[in-house]
Design a protein around this ligand. Structure first.
Ligand code: PGA
Length: 258
């Protein structure tokens, strides 16, 4: 169980540069009184916003992440963004393996692994997303799928490097429009599997310290119940967090109930 509670949002392919600047500015103002000993806040906007988002972020209030990253510093990789380019923008965090990258854009566990190694190697906080599809859940193989995604995605990562590693559990069937949020009991069950796998990979100390966040149709109604579960260290939110007032409301209602 992590010390802090984590709250983050991925704004996907929404929000222009100005929208993002306004959103981050609003979120910082609204949450400035909440102790950062208690929470870790982060926003993951599009590539084109990285420079401006990082310029207006207050590093003691929130982190800015990128939604993806290439796994080489430079080369013949048209359309990719290198770790050096994101470092130049001041980006703090790299998200790897979001469900839409895996299932809409066709990324594999092997590719996620290269990105994880590259991101950690460049000292970024690295958020690896895992999650089973509805079909895999119906076959009763969710736990196997999660273990495979973790073991392949984190292959070659040394325990000493996990201080900047975070995991998000985002069941594919729970994400986005038409998604159905996981029950808190189901989410807890999978978070326990993730924790056990991390301990198996990195040992009891490093494996226990990695934050595990839940994402997938988190909304003001279910956010509080999820936070009462022992193995859920945070919320990773899409639609319900894209308005700073709403996001602030979710953060405060979760903190009030913890
Ligand atoms: P959602 O998105 O909260 O809108 O379901 C979650 C995500 O894609 O990370």
């Amino acid at each position: 169980m992590a010390d802090k509670f984590y709250f983050g949002t991925n704004t996907k392919m929404y929000k222009t540069i100005q929208d993002t600047v306004d959103f981050i500015t609003g979120l910082q103002d609204l949450t400035a009184d909440i102790s950062r000993e208690e929470i870790q806040l982060f926003v993951i906007p599009s590539y084109t916003t990285q420079k401006d988002a990082n310029a207006i972020k207050k590093p003691d209030l929130l982190m800015v992440g990128a939604q993806n990253m290439g796994w080489e510093e430079q080369g013949q990789f048209t359309g990719e963004i290198s770790p050096l380019m994101l470092q130049e923008c001041g980006t703090d965090l790299i998200m790897v393996g979001h469900s839409e990258r895996r299932h809409v854009l066709g990324e594999t566990d092997e590719e996620e692994n290269k990105k994880v190694l590259c991101a950690l190697g460049h000292d970024f906080t690295t958020l690896l997303c895992v999650g089973e599809t509805g079909e895999e859940k119906d076959y009763g193989i969710s736990e196997e799928i999660i273990r495979i995604q973790l073991k392949k995605g984190l292959f070659g990562v040394k325990a000493a490097r996990t201080g900047k590693l975070w995991i998000a559990y985002e069941p594919v069937w729970a994400i986005g429009v038409g998604g159905k949020p996981a029950s808190k009991e189901y989410a807890e069950q999978i978070h326990v599997v993730i924790r056990e796998t991390l301990i198996e990979l990195f040992g009891p100390e490093a494996g226990a310290a990695i934050p595990i966040l839940y994402g997938g149709s988190v909304n003001p109604e279910n956010a509080v119940g999820l936070s009462k579960m022992d193995h859920i260290d945070g919320r990773f939110i899409g639609r319900s967090a894209w308005n700073a007032d709403n996001f602030n409301g979710i953060i405060r209602s979760v903190l009030a109930e913890r």
